[in-house]
Design a protein around this ligand. Structure first.
Ligand code: FAD
Ligand code: FES
Length: 310
């Protein structure tokens, strides 16, 4: 059996990953404490799938020593002037033909790594390795509901672009995962932390927003938006969720009660990202109902919500 197919093999899916030192194309603020980073890396850009992620380190710097996982937000097709790089090219008619050459991530400034990353400028170097993780399976849906809390919207722009037929990701053999309709239910603490709303709206996603303080959209929890978005007849509805674990658990509970298929992307802290260290494990049930520890970096980060032991 190839190492890729053997879940006991330490590398498992990360066998397909490559490590590269890449230049920053742009690193621009898009919301409070939130930046959109673009790097040039055709090798990863043309293979990465919605829901997969990269590990990122500051090149030539050992502090922090360990890389940090960041979800792929988008891929781009041109290598613009580093100074004038504009994020987003959803309407580019060539974007479905040319293999992508750049990778975008969106990150919230939290600790040492992201504070340092926010100071970096076009032309400086990062070490990245990927594509990592399983990503969201390509499945068609009548109505795809994306539920995001905090910085959990980051994997969903690519999901939405693929579902609405605006972009193909990865190999051409990847099955089509079209949705007739895509809704994003997006909750943040405050209005100024909502990041990328224009990107989602331009893609044709119906965006529903809530904030803890009511400064934009509905005041309340993103699960309230989900309950509103779920129709009485849920046939053809599929829910994907990413965000803090208590939110994911609540989304999973609602999806279970309404019998809607639901997958969640876990944001467990990670050290290696390639299946070796077991810092990232989550408790996941198998077909017999028994649970075991699964590595979020190689067997996830996307899991069937019903299978997780919260
Ligand atoms: C698969 C995956 C994809 C991710 N995608 C993104 C993304 O697209 N954008 C983004 O901003 N972040 C993302 N994250 C989270 C990001 O990797 C962490 O926030 C990162 O550790 C920040 O590094 P730091 O050095 O700035 O902060 P750290 O010093 O590592 O952490 C700062 C604070 O955040 C806490 N923390 C660290 N990691 C996590 C975590 N995973 N979940 C909850 N709390 C944590 C720490 O305990 C500490 O209190 C992702 C995580 C995973 C696993
Ligand atoms: S982060 Fe090392 S095994 Fe997952």
């Amino acid at each position: 059996m190839s190492s890729r197919g053997n879940p006991l093999h330490a590398a498992c899916y990360a066998d397909d990953a490559v490590q590269r030192t890449v230049p920053i194309v742009s690193n621009v603020p898009i919301a409070a404490d939130t930046f959109r980073l673009r790097v040039a890396c055709p090798e990863i850009a043309r293979r990465i799938l919605p829901g997969q992620f990269l590990m990122v380190r500051l090149s030539g710097c050992n502090d922090p020593l360990i890389g940090r996982p960041l979800a792929m937000y988008d891929v781009g097709h041109s290598l613009p002037d580093v100074e004038h790089a504009a994020p987003g090219d959803v309407s580019d008619p060539d974007s479905r033909r040319e293999p992508p050459r750049t990778l975008d991530v969106v990150y919230l400034v939290k600790g040492k790594f992201t504070q340092r990353l926010a100071l970096m400028q076009a032309g400086q170097l990062l070490d990245i390795w990927g594509p990592l993780g399983n990503g969201f399976p390509a499945r068609p849906a009548a109505h795809l509901i994306l539920v995001a809390g905090g910085i959990g919207q980051t994997p969903f722009l690519a999901v939405a672009k693929e579902a609405l037929g605006l972009q193909r990701f990865g190999a051409t053999s990847r099955p089509e995962a079209r949705a007739d309709r895509v809704t994003l239910c997006y909750g943040a603490r405050r209005a100024d932390l909502l990041a990328g709303l224009d990107d989602f709206q331009q893609t044709g996603v119906q965006v529903q927003v809530c904030t803890d303080d009511g400064s934009r959209g509905r005041q309340g929890l993103v699960t309230d938006l989900l309950l509103d978005a779920l129709p009485a007849d849920v046939s053809g509805v599929r829910v994907l969720a990413c965000g803090p674990e208590p939110m994911l658990e609540a989304v999973a509970r609602i999806a279970g009660q309404r019998q809607v298929p639901c997958e969640v992307s876990l944001e467990t802290p990670m050290a290696c990202g390639i299946g070796i260290c077991f810092t990232c494990v989550a408790r996941v049930r198998d077909e017999t109902g028994q649970w075991d520890y699964k590595r979020t970096c190689v067997e996830g980060p996307v899991f069937d919500a019903e299978k997780i032991v919260w």
